[in-house]
Design a protein around this ligand. Structure first.
Ligand code: CAA
Ligand code: NAD
Length: 279
């Protein structure tokens, strides 16, 4: 099977890596070579860790041989599945799916790793809504068990079964839900993160104290602000905007501090600074 991934950021590179670990032939695309190089070295490091710990029998090099890195969309013509993992910005995703709908062979399935954008709208743009679905991996993809599977209005049973089976072949546990803003994962997770940002803005406690309370008090593996930095504050803001507009309730209003930090270029780990600094 040819497994395409578009967007070689933290999610796209993780999805491509796990697909290659699972034996699929992978094509990974980004808009510039330097992003592909960054993805290759991240995948090499992650595979190296897994190999060292005995969780990967093959060498990292053997896995990476199954990944073709490209900037060309035409390379996806023969793909059986293409998972999109580009920025969380609806107009950019719509434009990509309009193009992909005409580039990828008609039997190919298109999927989005979007965190919150309605699958049905993306499916319509692709021109093949029966063969379109949400395939939402969690970060970091090599370590997290869940794939949230979101059917659009017209997604066929065959497409849902194919994605469920593919997720299982990747060692993941697929769980289905319906197409509502933020699905289940981010409708519940993101308001908690947003509230933690609001606590910083109101001076309720320091970021360290907020994270400490949530880690030690609730047994969360990461505090909400550490997690926000890990996800990317730009992505968190985009998800909150989708929840706010899509559900129409002010309880989902993005924290003004979150908005300000994104405007200031403080995106978390990926930019070197967010609530914490990353040297
Ligand atoms: N590949 C391979 N190994 C990795 C890795 C990766 N991508 N990331 C971390 N590791 C390794 C670390 O290097 C570390 O190895 P050593 O033990 O050799 O040092 C090991 O995994 C354990 O990591 P840590 O000691 O740093 O930390 P941990 O035990 O807390 O585990 C974690 C890391 C699994 C990420 C854990 O902190 C966790 O579960 N965090 C919460 C993640 C989460 O909530 N994800 C969902 C985000 S929301 C989302 O994804 C949806 C959305 O749309 C926004
Ligand atoms: P990221 O910023 O790390 O990476 C996005 C990548 O997409 C960048 O490398 C960018 O150059 C590339 N890109 C942008 N437009 C493109 C195009 N037209 N063609 C090809 N590449 C393009 O973002 P990310 O954190 O990997 O998130 C990607 C998607 O996954 C978003 O929809 C996000 O909501 C979703 N997601 C993120 C997380 C997370 O924790 N960060 C978890 C689950 C899902």
């Amino acid at each position: 099977m040819i497994f395409g991934v578009i967007g070689a950021g933290q999610m796209g590179s993780g999805i491509a890596q796990v697909a290659a670990q699972s034996g699929f032939q992978v094509i990974l695309r980004d808009v510039e070579e330097r992003f592909l190089e960054r993805a290759r070295s991240g995948m090499q490091a992650s595979l190296g860790k897994l190999h060292e710990k005995g969780r990967l029998e093959e060498t990292p090099e053997a896995v990476l041989e199954r990944v073709r890195f490209t900037t060309r969309l035409e390379d996806f013509a023969q793909a059986d599945l293409v998972v999109e993992a580009i920025v969380e910005h609806e107009p950019t995703k719509l434009e990509l799916f309009r193009t992909l709908g005409s580039v990828v062979q008609p039997q190919g399935v298109l999927a989005s790793n979007t965190s919150s954008i309605p699958i049905t709208r993306l499916a319509t743009a692709s021109g093949r809504p029966e063969r379109f679905i949400g395939m939402h991996f969690m970060n970091p993809v090599p370590l997290m068990a869940l794939v949230e599977v979101i059917r659009g209005y017209s997604t066929s049973d065959e497409t849902a079964a194919f994605i469920t089976e593919t997720a299982r072949k990747m060692g993941k546990t697929p769980i289905e839900c319906n197409d509502f803003p933020g699905f289940v994962s981010n409708r519940i997770l993101m308001p908690m993160i947003n509230e933690a940002v609001q606590c910083v803005m109101e001076g309720v406690a320091t970021p360290e104290a907020i994270d400490g309370i949530m880690k030690l008090g609730m047994n969360h593996p990461m505090g909400p602000l550490t997690l926000a930095d890990f996800i990317g504050l730009d992505t968190c803001l985009s998800i909150m905007e989708v929840l706010h507009h899509g559900l129409g309730d002010d309880k989902y209003r993005p924290s003004p501090l979150l908005r300000k930090m994104v405007q200031a270029g403080l995106l978390g780990r990926k930019s070197g600074r967010g609530f914490y600094s990353y040297a």
